[in-house]
Design a binder for this molecule. Structure first.
Ligand SMILES: Nc1ncnc2c1ncn2[C@@H]1O[C@H](COP(=O)(O)OP(=O)(O)OP(=O)(O)O)[C@@H](O)[C@H]1O
Ligand SMILES: [Mg+2]
Length: 452
């Protein structure tokens, strides 16, 4: 984090000065207040990582200040100071969300240690919710399965660009592994110990997306009841994955470009700009170049994002990886479901490799998961595969050849069908067929249909 922001609220001016000076020397950005009212005004205007609040204050007391602060910004950490270190007041403060308390008198060394401890936990807490689930997703290249030339090419580019800070644009159809690649880049970069934050740009309205990305201050719009940090701030020193970047509105495209160029964000409703150090990996299954041509995507943003473009091929273009992938997923889902399936039968493998996989690797993964659940034996048999995989193109063609009808048969059957639907009303039927009554009658005779 850049320098953490601390708000100190203490009515004893000497004490306030001492604490402020100490913390400033430590490199923190400190704001000081002598009473609760002014502290809350400060808190409304800026965002703080930590507030150190004296319990006994003139006017609004420390406990009230604590409650208000936490209401405004749920992520703010609070340390209470009190000369009346009764267990009760400490317990109540903790209940209201204070992280720690300092019984007076304390020396400055004590405050330094407590502040550091609380701030460390603060940063952890802040990132924790985003880090959750990331352990599972700690992708090394090893998680990207494939030995085809196309996948090797992708791996080679990842290896080259991971260490840099360059912006990357990942192209690929749905389910090809765009997010997997983005994670691999992040976890193989020097940012690996910081967060990887995915944002689905297609899932949020323009306004929500703006506040999700850049944050907002309390009161910026209806419903903005407290300050909120945007992902650009939370992901400081980490990586943001902008999924479906082609869905970003024109207005936001411009704002995003500015952030990428200047390395600063401006939360919605705020006049302050904050420095951020974030790597952006964007992904899309749309043709952005086409969108640039027809004016729906800004050219300058496109160039800014696609410093390094990576194109992930659809699975049908690297079918030689299907066997490896299928076995990889078999291992995963057997373990997950405690199934003893050892292998995939030849027939099943033939079906898997013959299919075109419009849903790409994700579809393959889903198919194997389902089959693992259904299979009772130690070999995964073709019976457990969905039928749609089994109707190959040649099979379809064969059915057609066998069932081919003459034009006459088709006409006869169709006219019959229309007549049935119109209860034998020839005028109505002729109208539907787009011919006049006489022609219909003639056709019926020729096709040997009962004209009565
Ligand atoms: N080469 C691969 N090796 C192993 N697993 C893969 C590979 N490619 C994709 N997967 C797996 O397939 C699933 C889909 O991948 P991912 O979510 O990265 O796709 P995506 O391109 O982001 O899809 P969408 O466009 O639908 O968001 C994930 O479970 C991922 O782990
Ligand atoms: Mg995705």
């Amino acid at each position: 984090m850049p320098s953490e922001k601390i708000l100190v609220v203490e009515d004893d001016p000497k004490m306030l000065k001492a604490i402020t000076t100490l913390l400033q020397k430590q490199g923190y950005e400190v704001t000081s207040s002598v009473d609760g009212e002014s502290a809350l005004i400060q808190a409304e205007q800026g965002e703080f990582d930590l507030a150190i609040v004296d319990l006994k204050l003139p006017g609004i007391d420390g406990l009230e200040v604590l409650k208000h602060l936490r209401k405004m910004d749920k992520t703010v950490s609070v340390i209470m100071m009190t000369a009346y270190a009764t267990i009760d007041s400490a317990v109540e403060a903790m209940k209201e969300g204070a992280q720690d308390y300092l019984p007076k008198p304390f020396n400055l060394e004590e405050i330094r240690i407590v502040v550091r401890k609380v701030l460390e936990r603060h940063e952890l807490l802040l990132k924790n919710k985003y880090l959750q689930g990331q352990l599972k997703g700690r992708y090394k290249f090893g998680n990207i399965i494939g030995e085809s030339t196309k996948i090797k090419e992708v791996l080679e580019i990842i290896g080259k660009v991971a260490a840099s800070k360059s912006t990357i644009l990942v192209y690929g159809e749905t389910g090809t592994g765009k997010e997997l690649v983005a994670r691999a880049i992040h976890f193989n970069s020097s940012r690996a110990d910081n967060v990887f934050l995915p944002v689905n740009c297609g899932a949020l309205s323009e306004n929500l997306l703006e506040s999700e990305l850049f944050g907002h201050v309390k009161g910026a719009f209806t419903g903005a009841v407290s300050n909120k940090r945007g992902v650009f701030e939370v992901a400081d020193k980490g990586t943001i994955f902008l999924d479906e970047v082609g869905d970003i509105s024109q207005g936001l495209q411009q704002k995003l470009l500015r952030v990428l160029e200047e390395g600063e964000v401006q939360p919605v409703g705020s006049t302050n700009r904050k420095k951020v150090d974030v790597r952006v990996i964007a992904a899309t299954n749309k043709n952005l170049e086409e969108m640039v041509k027809n004016g729906s995507f800004r050219e300058d943003l496109f160039f800014r994002l696609s410093v390094v473009p990576i194109e992930i091929p659809p699975l049908r273009e690297h079918k030689e990886d299907i066997i490896l992938l299928a076995q990889h997923f078999l291992g995963i889902f057997c373990k997950e479901n405690h199934k003893p399936i050892q292998s995939i039968s030849n027939e099943a493998m033939e079906i898997l490799t013959g299919y075109d996989w419009p849903g790409n690797v994700r579809e393959l993964s889903n198919v194997i998961e389902r089959a693992v659940l259904l299979e009772e034996s130690e070999t995964l048999e073709q019976e457990c595969l969905p039928d749609r995989l089994k109707i190959s193109e040649s099979a379809e063609a064969q059915i057609e050849v066998e069932d081919l009808q003459t034009l006459e048969d088709v006409s006869r059957n169709y006219i019959k069908q229309v007549l049935e639907a119109t209860d034998g009303n020839k005028s109505k039927a002729a109208k539907i067929l787009g011919i006049n009554r006489t022609s219909l009658w003639r056709m019926m005779r020729r096709l040997k249909l009962d004209t009565d």
